[in-house]
Structures are given as C-alpha cells and as structure tokens.
Design a protein around this ligand. Structure first.
Ligand code: KG4
Ligand code: ZN
Length: 327
C-alpha cells in the first residue's frame, strides 16, 4: 500500500509518500518561518498564500524522490482540520483535485490523529492501547489511544497549549519565532531553579493542564532575571506540570503499558527525558517519535491515512475543511 500525504494546517507545507509497511519513501517540507517572523507569530492569510505557492511543487518533488507516479499511489491523505482554515482548505482541495484527476480514494485526516498515530510509524512494536501526551502549538491533551479512530480524552488544557506557552515566553524574552526551539537553546545556559515560577494545577485530581498563569509569571519576572535563567526555569516549570499531570493519568489508565509523547513540544529533549524517567518509574515502556516526526510534517498524515485506509475508511470528495475538529 502506498499513500500520498499532504499537510498545510499551520505554517508548514508538506508532502510525503509512506507505505503500509512503514517505509517513508519521501518527505518534503517547506517552512514559513521567515514570512511570519516579522509579526512574531503565524499570520493566517500569509500562511494560506504560502501553502498555495509551495504545495504542488512539493508533491512533484516527493513523487520524484520516491521514484513513483501518482498512478502507483493507492490513496491520497490530506489534513482536513483542525487548523487555520485557509491553509487547511489549500491542502484538502489539492488532495481532492489529485484524487479526482487520478481516480484515487481520498482519506481526510484529522491533524491530531496524525500526531496521535505518528509514533506507530516510527515504532512497529507500539500496539494499542497506549497513553498519549499530545503536546503541540495548538493542543495539550492526554489521550488513551485504543485503536484507529478510538481516542478517549482524559485531559486537556483549560487555557493555553504547552507549545503556545513556549511561543509566548519566547516573545516576552525577545528570543524570536518560532519560540520552542529558541527557549530550549537559551535554557541550556540557564539555571532551571533560579526563578520561582508557579506549577499551575500541580496535584489537582483531574489530569488537566493550565499554562496561562505561568506565562503571566514569566512576564512579571522579565525585568529581574536573564533570558537564560528565565528560559530554563520556565521549561522546568512546564516539565514539572507535564510530568505531574501525566502521572495522574497513568494512575487511571493501568491498561496503557506504554507512555507515548507526540507533537511539536515532544521535540524538546528535556521534556522527552523527564517523561522517559516518569515511564520508567511506573514500569511503562516509553516511546517518542524521532524529532522530525514530532513537529508538523506530511509523513504522519500519510501514515494516519494508511491506518485508516487499511481499516476500510475513505471519504467523499465533498467532505468539508474544519477549523475545529476534536478527536
Ligand atoms: O506539532 P507542531 O509542529 O504544530 C502544531 O500542530 O501546533 O507544534 C508546534 C509547537 C510550537 O508551539 C513550537 O514552539 C513547539 O511546538 N516546539 C517546541 C520545540 N520545537 C517545537 N517546544 C519546545 N521545545 C522544542 N524544541
Ligand atoms: Zn501539529
């Protein structure tokens, strides 16, 4: 089985070719950092326009990398939401056009399902069920992944997502955009216990998250500490919250023998190390996808498409793009 995947829901345009037996034959990606950097965040109109320009050449390049033609593809998977609606429409309409022209089935993929199933692309031994900490720019959730299309949400954020907190902190500290990697780099030269910062919801019974208060505390401390110490202390506070909340979820999900982390924030090495330690302390296996598969990409969309297609699922060509689409 060969699946073409398309991703365009935020600020990465991407195309990939993935097989049903987990081979990534091609994965192409065009970031838009330079276009958004002057505004300190993603501007939806600029993003949508950039996706229009980048996507078709990326599809051609990915097909050439894999040495295949569209005729050899079994299905086309495109992100249909959630995300910035202009961008989602670009990828979904492109997927529909290719599917229609080549006479191939379309699989409309939920971007969150792409993140949720991506660890199964890199780890063939990862079976269901598993406890997933999904930490990205738009989401912060704990999910019990019971099967393809079967996700039980145990917790979510009551305000900001973890990646959003990294991005806002980077902006406050003048570290630029995108914020997560910049904060991680600055944190490497700082003291994680220098700045007293809150751990919102730590110890709460329900495993929900909250990061807005942490960001406000960083804003109040900006004058008094270095960007390095603030970055390190902020990152430590986020990690303490993620570990505490995930520990709470592990307790209510004994059937999950594996703890999995996915999404852009999972690219942070301190976050990965802390969660690995938590899993080991609780006798659970730990799985995190390689860094390139954590941040947005089309291989995870192709793979989620492959999993859905293998389960007999495809979608009509009039399926709408959805800005909001809970798993
Ligand atoms: O999954 P993703 O690429 O896009 C969304 O679906 O949101 O996640 C992007 C988020 C951004 O907030 C970015 O700052 C964060 O992931 N991120 C990181 C790191 N790399 C990306 N956060 C912390 N440390 C990193 N190394
Ligand atoms: Zn994402």
């Amino acid at each position: 089985m060969l699946i073409l995947g398309l991703e365009s829901s935020c600020d990465e345009t991407a195309a990939a070719l993935v097989t049903g037996d987990r081979q990534v034959l091609a994965h192409r990606l065009a970031g838009q950092e330079a276009a958004h950097a002057p505004y300190g965040g993603v501007v939806p109109e600029i993003a949508a326009r950039a996706h229009v320009e980048a996507l078709a050449p990326l599809v051609e390049a990915a097909l050439a990398d894999a040495g295949v033609t569209l005729d050899q593809v079994d299905a086309i998977a495109a992100t249909a939401g959630p995300g910035l609606i202009g961008g989602v429409m670009v990828g979904l309409v492109t997927g529909k056009a290719l599917a229609h022209a080549a006479g191939k089935p379309l699989v409309a993929v939920n971007h969150l399902e792409g993140h949720a199933l991506s660890p199964r692309l890199s780890d063939p031994d990862l079976g269901f069920p598993y406890l997933l900490l999904l930490v990205s720019g738009g989401h912060c959730q704990l999910l019990l992944v019971e099967g393809v299309g079967r996700y039980r949400r145990l917790a979510t954020t009551i305000d900001d997502a973890a990646g959003e907190a990294f991005d806002k902190t980077a902006k406050l500290l003048g570290l630029g955009f995108p914020g997560g990697p910049a904060v991680e780099r600055a944190a490497a030269n700082g003291d994680p216990f220098k700045v007293p910062l809150p751990r919102p919801l730590k110890g709460a019974a329900e495993p929900h998250f909250s990061f807005a208060g942490l960001k406000s505390a960083v804003a109040r401390a900006v004058e008094d500490y270095s960007a390095e110490d603030l970055s390190a202390s902020f990152q430590q506070a986020v990690i303490d919250c993620l570990v505490d909340r995930t520990q709470r979820a592990l307790a209510v999900a004994p059937e999950a023998t594996t703890l999995v982390v996915a999404g852009g924030v999972a690219a942070n090495s301190a976050v990965r190390a802390a969660l690995r330690g938590l899993a080991e302390a609780h006798g659970r296996r730990f799985v995190a996808p390689p860094l390139w598969l954590c941040t947005d990409n089309a291989a995870m969309i192709a793979w989620a498409g492959a999993e859905r297609f293998a389960a007999g699922i495809s979608d009509p060509l009039d399926i709408p793009a959805r800005p909001r689409w809970p798993l």
